[in-house]
Write a protein that binds this ligand. Structure first.
Ligand SMILES: NC(=O)c1ccc[n+]([C@@H]2O[C@H](COP(=O)([O-])OP(=O)(O)OC[C@H]3O[C@@H](n4cnc5c(N)ncnc54)[C@H](OP(=O)(O)O)[C@@H]3O)[C@@H](O)[C@H]2O)c1
Length: 332
């Protein structure tokens, strides 16, 4: 079968012929129709992801049809249309992943391929209202955003939410889920067009984080926030503390802009602010996320689809940061 492979870091993905995957006990082979990018795939190519081993087929997100299983107990999956939960071996504790936790696509071979083998426990039915491309866009970013909002921040209907960098894959799901949950959502972005598109998805408004006075302008228009979802970090993180309401929760799952220079501890403790880290999600989080997507008929936003042979162009598109939502690779 064909797969897009990193043969060395800082080198383009190469379309290669690789061995067909085989389903061992408890595993299933999925013939993929579509995969999707996450920033992790780009960090790997840039050599900025921990414990990179090459050759590796990246890709954490996928949707397709189960063609084989390794255990008789899983036979009912054969022929089913599925999405894949990329959080492998989360472990028994819903509060945090265990020592065997891995994200599909390193060290396990990932979804930028015609087929992938995954634990049968990580299969879920493809939501019927989604196309293959939309379904492939959902798992990693949807899971991360859902856990951030609901398991970690305990978001309630009517609360005020800020989602930073809304053009990002996970950020855009956070906006869609927050709106579906009845929250009042505001956004930041580096692009006025993306803010306008976010408003089309239910955001009340937004500001450009490249404007030096963005935080003051946002506070003037929107007030303070009960929940802030961030994956940029960096210097802008200090303003998130300022924008947080008393008793507010700031949840972050990425540090695209690096570490903040400092943390104003006095502002945090005096205003009873909770700062929460989160990563991916448990099986229960994944089930909660897919249930919400089905209940509210949420449609993942696909920015653009690339053919498997052009997977490296898809990474360049992500590196340029022009996307609004998810970048997809068609593999079928
Ligand atoms: N821990 C986890 O489980 C987990 C899961 C998913 C992602 N992540 C991490 O979260 C980050 C985003 O991942 P992704 O896959 O969603 O990436 P992505 O689709 O490439 O989105 C990145 C977004 O970052 C935003 N951004 C850039 N500079 C910013 C700034 N100064 N302030 C605010 N936002 C800024 C941009 O938003 P605009 O386009 O609107 O300007 C951009 O679209 C990455 O660091 C990734 O590694 C972690």
């Amino acid at each position: 079968m064909k797969a897009a492979v990193f043969t060395a870091i800082k080198q383009p993905l190469v379309l290669q012929e690789v061995p067909e995957p085989v389903a061992g006990p408890g595993h299933a082979v999925v013939r993929l129709q579509a995969a999707a990018l996450n920033h992790r795939d780009l960090w790997m190519q840039l050599g900025l992801y921990p414990n990179i081993q090459v050759p590796i087929t990246p890709g954490s997100d996928g949707a397709g049809v189960v063609t084989a299983v390794g255990s008789p107990a899983d036979t009912a999956w054969v022929g089913q249309e599925v999405i894949i939960n990329p959080a492998l071996d989360w472990g028994a504790d819903p509060r945090a992943q265990g020592p065997n936790f891995r994200i599909l696509g390193l060290p396990d071979q990932g979804t930028f391929a015609e087929q992938v083998v995954v634990p049968a426990a990580n299969l879920a039915p493809k939501p019927a209202h989604l196309t293959w491309e939309q379904a492939a866009a959902l798992p990693l970013a949807g899971l991360t955003a859902w856990r951030a909002l609901f398991t970690r921040a305990q978001l309630k209907s009517g609360e005020r939410v800020l989602v930073t960098g809304v053009g990002g894959g996970a950020a855009l799901f956070a906006l869609q889920f927050a709106v579906a949950a009845g929250a009042s959502a505001w956004v930041t972005s580096g692009s006025p067009e993306k803010i306008a598109r976010a408003q089309g998805l239910g955001a009340l408004g937004g500001v450009n984080y490249q404007d030096p006075d963005w935080a003051a302008a946002l506070q003037k228009r929107a007030g303070a926030f009960d929940v802030i979802i961030d994956s940029a970090g960096g210097e802008g993180f200090a303003q998130l503390i300022d924008l947080s309401a008393p008793g507010g929760r700031i949840v972050f799952f990425g540090a695209t802009r690096g570490n903040p220079k400092g943390l104003d501890m006095r502002k945090c403790f005096f205003r009873q602010i909770t700062v929460l880290g989160t990563t991916m999600g448990s099986p229960a989080d994944f089930a909660g996320m897919t249930a919400m997507v089905q209940r509210h008929k949420i449609m993942p936003v696909v920015d653009r689809a690339f053919a498997l042979a052009s997977a490296d162009d898809a990474l360049r598109h992500m590196e340029a940061g022009r996307q609004f939502g998810k970048i997809v690779i068609t593999t079928g």
